[in-house]
Design a protein around this ligand. Structure first.
Ligand code: FS2
Ligand code: SF4
Length: 553
């Protein structure tokens, strides 16, 4: 197998025997085959679009299928075989529609005519095709590195586009680009500069996609407001919802009204508490349980209710909680309870609700043992910019010296303690902005206030990088400087491909001096990294003291 798409890739060089995430070579092979089939579907979908043929169903499928191949989303071979069948069926259906529309038979590339053999190992076919892709592209390591950057960034874009369309937010440009980028992976004649431009284009399209998702969330649930979230449970039956999918969280809330079940968030769903309409409509939407994804095997085992995982990051489930864990959408694991999406796009959560009612829930005794604890979330762009005057005055008056955006993914590696240590050491006259699951290393720290402004501001999920960007742009405008001249340092942690897309967005915006860790992506070749450091001063994290000193210099 060959996979180096995430930060925990084996020995920092690539998973070749078995995925460090738990992905088997067989699953990796069918994922590769699916991507190959989607690359063959892409030129057909682009041609169909030229002839005005509607591709909407295929557009959504394309995003979902790409999303399923992201790290910690789906480990179930059967589901990938189904996606492969559908990719081929959509491709052939579109070809037929094109021929009917034009009246002429079309010439298609070998890639767009490829038929997998369903009677022999699809996984081996995927592996062979990947070896071919490596040998075709691998002659130039830097171009290969950029091709992987485009593909991995595209996975992030597709996942956000999938979420945005669930909320009715779509943009033809995003779908079109997904096909264009997939089709370009097949080209051999692009220069290094062309590939750099394409990687930055992924970042540009990702910005638009995150904007769509932001509009979907804020139009549906209102702009986030600072909200205190209980970290201690309350007595009674319980459901825990993990992942990133807020509309699916709402569907759970809707279906549990009057059941006596209390709904908790886990991981990247913590910021959902900041959306005022969810809180207003659903009084049983109560608190947050647990921390970041890599702690789920311990946290899920202890949770005394049903658990629903809506997106990444799913870890291979352990026997002691597998029966109360349910997945939906693109998420899957062999043998895991899967709640399929109906034709109307809805999920029936009855089996999870039934399981929650069977389980004991939190007992009074258990609750009494937990000290009341809470955190505050909801400092997205509207909330922060509503006090922009106060912030600007505090910066001008010297009360606020610097802002640190410490955001991104968490993971199991011990060197991720860097981020907690850095936040602890940030001087008292500085503000820490944070987002995504990396914050769970310090999210409950009391850093105090500067003139009424909390020193730790949780802006939301990874996709709320959009909010952080809007705040930076607004502050730069207010100070009449370029974003790079703001007293702002970005210290990011990456793990999976949503983070790759976000990094490309920041580079597309010309943001410089980003510090990235805990390690650099294995798929970035030394020359490509050199190029990015020269142009953007992108640098690896070092030690908290040294990095803080450099940022404040
Ligand atoms: Fe965290 Fe995992 Fe958010 Fe990433 S829950 S590392 O996929 O998307 O951030
Ligand atoms: Fe390895 Fe990450 Fe790929 Fe899993 S997703 S196989 S850990 S590189």
């Amino acid at each position: 197998m060959f996979c180096e798409q995430c930060e925990q890739t084996a020995s920092g060089q690539g998973c070749h025997q078995w995925g460090a995430c738990g992905k088997s070579p067989e699953v990796n092979g069918v994922q590769d085959l699916l991507i190959y089939c989607l690359r063959g579907l892409a030129p057909v979908a682009l041609r169909a679009r030229e002839f005005g043929i509607s591709t909407h169903e295929v557009d959504v499928f394309n995003c979902e299928a790409i999303f399923a191949t992201m790290t910690n989303v789906n480990f179930d071979q059967k589901r990938f075989i189904d996606y492969i069948r559908r990719a081929i069926a959509y491709r052939e259906q579109l070809k037929l529609q094109i021929e009917q529309a034009t009246g002429v038979s079309q010439n298609w590339s070998e890639l767009s005519c490829y038929e997998p053999c369903f009677d022999s190992s699809l996984s081996e076919q995927g592996q062979d095709l990947t070896l071919k892709f490596i040998s075709q592209s691998g002659k130039n390591v830097d171009i290969f590195s950029l091709k992987l950057t485009v593909l991995y960034g595209l996975k992030g874009v597709a996942s956000y586009a999938f979420h945005a369309q669930e909320l009715g937010q779509e943009d033809e440009r995003v779908y079109q680009f997904c096909y264009e980028a997939l089709a370009k992976l097949d080209t051999q004649d692009l220069s290094l500069d062309d590939w750099v431009s394409l990687a930055l284009k992924v970042g540009e399209i990702n910005l638009r996609t995150m904007e769509l998702l932001d509009a979907g969330h804020t139009n549906t649930y209102g702009h986030p407001v600072p909200t205190k979230v209980a970290l201690h449970p309350k007595a009674g039956k319980a459901i825990l919802v993990s992942g990133h999918d807020i509309p699916q969280l709402e569907a759970v809330l809707k279906q549990t009204v009057d059941t006596g079940i209390t709904v908790y968030t886990h991981g990247e769903l913590l910021p959902a508490h900041g959306y005022p309409l969810l809180k207003k409509i659903y009084p049983h939407f109560y608190g947050h349980y647990g921390t970041a994804w890599q702690n789920q095997t311990k946290e899920f085992a202890k949770f005394p209710g049903a658990i629903i995982i809506t997106t990444n990051c799913l870890m291979p489930p352990h026997d002691n909680y597998e029966d109360k864990l349910f997945s939906i959408g693109p998420v899957g694991f062999p043998g895991l309870n899967y709640l399929a999406t109906g034709v109307d796009g809805s999920v029936d959560f009855t089996p999870a609700i039934r399981k929650a009612l069977e389980l004991r829930g939190f007992t009074e005794d258990e609750v009494a043992k937990n000290e009341p604890r809470q955190v505050t979330t909801g400092f997205a762009r509207n909330a922060v910019l509503s006090v922009a005057d106060q912030i600007i005055a505090a910066v001008k008056g010297g009360q606020i010296r610097h802002f640190f955006l410490v955001g991104g993914c968490d993971g199991a590696k011990p060197d991720r303690n860097y981020y907690a240590e850095l936040v602890e050491k940030v001087p008292n006259d500085c503000i820490v902005l944070t987002l995504a699951c990396g914050k769970f290393r310090f999210f409950d720290k009391d850093l105090g206030h500067i003139g009424g402004i909390p020193r730790l501001l949780d802006m939301g999920q990874c996709n709320d990088a959009y909010s952080a960007i809007q705040i930076a742009i607004a502050l730069a405008k207010a100070f009449e400087v370029d974003v790079n001249q703001l007293p702002l340092s970005m210290i990011l942690s990456w793990y999976e491909q949503k983070a790759v897309a976000i990094l490309l967005t920041l580079l597309h915006l010309g943001i410089k001096d980003i510090r990235l860790g805990p390690t650099l992506p294995a798929f970035i070749s030394p020359n490509v990294f050199k190029l990015l450091s020269q142009k953007y001063n992108l640098a690896p994290i070092t030690e908290p003291d040294a990095d803080l000193a450099a940022c404040l210099a």
